[in-house]
Design a binder for this molecule. Structure first.
Ligand SMILES: C[S@@+](CC[C@H](N)C(=O)[O-])C[C@H]1O[C@@H](n2cnc3c(N)ncnc32)[C@H](O)[C@@H]1O
Length: 298
């Protein structure tokens, strides 16, 4: 959470449920099989449960997942599960209450831990826990997070710190995946890769005998652009074909100007055809313009 807080957008700047549903229906009809709702923070959206129900009912959709800071999840989990959410990623960068308060600028570690346990109890397996690792900031907790997987069916996902506008990224704060592995192996020498051929974004590792596992999102030190089949639509209706690209296509304004379905799909396809083979690399990205992660959503 930035020190200056976050300016909320006027309501009419963000997509309405009708606009979200129009895009979801068209994209699922084109073969999209997984939709993730990220936000901002998705759980503060009014009537999210109704939106989830409508998206979950789309023919051809196999997965509907949510990334959340977890603070409202204990209250909303049951309804979201009943509405059709198939998976949760819960963001948690520290297991220490003071550090949690420093990062998020609020109390709530216990609530997030409760949210993780409730999600496990509700039968989600694995529950994914997103942890962005910063050198000299929370790298001392790598071992504690791995210990967290010992008896819980969670996948702790250590995410390399990525540069976005305003996040003061620098190489000193950046900790590559290979260094994280070395630190963990000092405590657990048997920590090893357990799925080599994973086509997902995460490289999966585990301590043999532990219930849960560890995923590394190595977007910076060992990118997986060639296997990336994601597109993102921001809350204000801009299409991004790459998380690190500043090019955006304003689908919201096109829809509001009356574009038909065929042209809308052509617009998405043509943006995809211009997608670069890979992102520019972290040093270049650190100098480039891109909206901050809080305005992309993940
Ligand atoms: C931006 S949040 C949005 C969804 C929701 N509000 C939440 O807190 O999970 C999505 C994910 O992006 C991660 N993230 C944010 N900034 C990042 C950065 N600079 N590098 C890597 N991951 C980042 C967050 O930790 C979180 O897990």
């Amino acid at each position: 959470m930035p020190a200056e807080g976050v300016d909320l957008k006027p309501r009419d700047h963000i997509l309405s449920f009708e606009e979200i549903m129009r895009l979801a229906e068209l994209l699922v009809a084109q073969g999209v099989s997984k939709i993730r709702l990220t936000g901002g923070e998705p759980l503060i959206r009014k009537e999210l449960v109704q939106l989830v129900e409508r998206i979950a009912a789309l023919n051809g959709l196999k997965e509907l997942t949510i990334t959340t800071n977890g603070l409202l999840l204990p209250r909303k989990l049951e309804d979201l599960k009943n509405a059709g959410v198939t998976g949760f990623n819960i963001s948690l960068d520290t297991l220490q209450p003071d550090r949690f308060k420093h990062i998020t600028r609020r109390k709530g570690l216990e609530t997030v831990l409760e949210a993780i346990d409730m999600t496990v109890e509700a039968g989600y397996d694995p529950v994914k826990v997103n942890c962005v690792v910063l050198r000299d900031f929370n790298e001392d907790e790598l071992g504690d997070f791995v210990a967290f997987t010992q008896s819980r069916p969670v996948e702790v996902r250590f995410i390399e710190y990525m540069p976005f506008d305003g996040n003061a990224w620098n190489t000193g704060k950046f900790m590559p995946y290979s260094d994280m592995v070395s630190v963990i192996q000092e405590r657990w020498p048997s920590f090893s890769r357990h799925k080599e051929d994973d086509s997902e974004t995460a490289k999966l590792w585990r301590v043999p005998g532990f219930t849960g596992s560890v995923g590394f999102i190595s977007s910076m030190s060992d990118h997986f652009c060639s296997g990336c089949n994601r597109i993102r639509i921001t809350a204000d209706g801009k299409l991004k074909v790459c998380l690190f690209g500043s090019n955006e296509v304003n689908l919201r304004d096109m829809m509001r100007a009356g574009i038909n379905d065929e042209r809308l799909i052509e617009t998405v396809q043509s943006a995809l055809s211009r997608k670069a083979a890979s992102h520019a690399g972290m040093e270049v990205l650190a100098e480039s313009d891109n909206r901050p992660m809080i305005l992309i959503g993940g």
